[in-house]
Design a protein around this ligand. Structure first.
Ligand code: SAM
Ligand code: ZN
Length: 327
């Protein structure tokens, strides 16, 4: 499928890779089309955002709970992608906004859907590229800012947005952008997981896990707090904004899908180790390293060397919140 984009130089409608109006060639580096400058964090000006850019050089997608081989969490995303393919067919174009590691984009592309995985963070996208490993010609990785989506008006059938809107301080221009690029009748789809009952034994184990984890987390945050670093968290009500541009969602279940997720402590502690919590993105790397070193020592002493292997469980089904654009 051929798809139009907007040229970052002259903003004309263009196919990839070169603008047919001004001749600008959209930089293509490490399998990523660069539609904007290589800046993951912008906390200046009115339109602020926190891209994930500090996930760690040693980042291993296997600990990000959405790796293909180590299928610990891709299940929900894959089930939702299958529902989209079944319901809307595979001749559609999907924009996954704030695609991160491609947890949704890769299963969508796997279904044969033309998928644009857009993210402000080239670091996240390069991990997505590693995971996709050149297998999908229909997967376009694009460094784009959600405030200024480099796609023509009414050119997309479905926008997928999962856990991205809370990372912008002004959701309205972003939601407006989403509505602009959607065709009339187009859908905004957000994936969620529906908690299902656990056994008594699993519930007890979870309680223990949660206690250990929150103790470790408290230790970590106290360390950072005592070093006076600024916390960045946007408190915005994007639900209200969504309903200005979209009809209230209906919830679509992925029928017959049930998954037990085994999340190991290491998945969560990895985020502390690398600072991949959105609101820690501004913290100096040396401080993250020092806080983690101190926290790791504390946890080992208190819970033993194998604290990182403690497991928690959840059993869930996959749900899609489907919004229809008002236009
Ligand atoms: C919590 S992650 C979610 C990733 C993915 N949707 C998932 O569910 O696995 C949020 C992503 O949004 C991206 N992001 C934040 N602000 C953005 C912006 N203004 N434009 C595009 N992407 C942005 C971050 O870089 C990050 O990769
Ligand atoms: Zn141009």
């Amino acid at each position: 499928m051929e798809h139009y984009y907007l040229c970052p130089k002259c903003r004309s409608k263009t196919l990839l890779p070169k603008c047919n109006i001004c001749g600008y060639e959209i930089p293509y580096i490490n399998s990523i089309y660069r539609f904007c400058n290589d800046v993951s964090i912008n906390l200046e000006g009115d339109k602020q955002y926190v891209g994930y850019d500090n996930i760690g050089d040693d980042f291993d997608p296997a600990v990000a709970c959405c790796d293909e081989k180590n299928d610990e969490r891709s299940g929900v995303y894959a089930a939702c992608a299958d529902v989209i393919a079944k319901k809307y067919g595979t001749e559609i174009s999907v924009l996954d906004l704030g695609a991160g590691l491609g947890a949704a984009s890769i299963p969508l592309a796997k279904n044969g859907i033309y998928t644009i995985a857009a993210d402000i963070s080239a670091v996240m996208l390069s991990t997505a590229a590693k995971r996709a490993n050149g297998r999908y010609d229909n997967l376009i990785l694009a460094e784009m800012n959600a405030y200024d989506i480099m796609l023509p008006d009414e050119s997309i059938d479905v926008v997928v947005e999962i856990d991205m809107l809370h990372l912008v301080n002004e959701p309205e221009p972003v939601v407006k952008e989403i509505s602009r690029v959607l065709k009339p009748g187009g859908k905004l789809i957000r994936f969620a997981s529906l908690p299902l009952a656990l056994s008594k034994e699993e519930t007890e184990q979870n309680e223990y896990f949660n206690k250990v984890l929150s103790d470790i987390r408290d230790h970590y945050f106290h360390y950072l707090e005592s070093h006076h670093y600024p916390i960045v968290a946007f408190h915005v009500d994007y639900q209200t904004v969504l309903l200005q541009y979209f009809k209230s969602p209906y919830n679509q279940l992925a029928q017959g899908f049930e998954e037990k997720i085994n999340e190991k402590m290491r998945i969560k502690t990895h985020r502390m180790k690398t600072g991949a919590y959105s609101f820690l993105q501004r913290t100096p790397k040396e401080l993250i390293d020092a806080a983690w070193k101190d926290t790791d020592g504390y946890a080992r002493e208190k819970y033993g060397d194998d604290y990182a292997e403690i497991q928690d469980f959840s059993r869930c089904g996959a749900v899609l919140d489907v919004y229809t654009v008002k236009k």
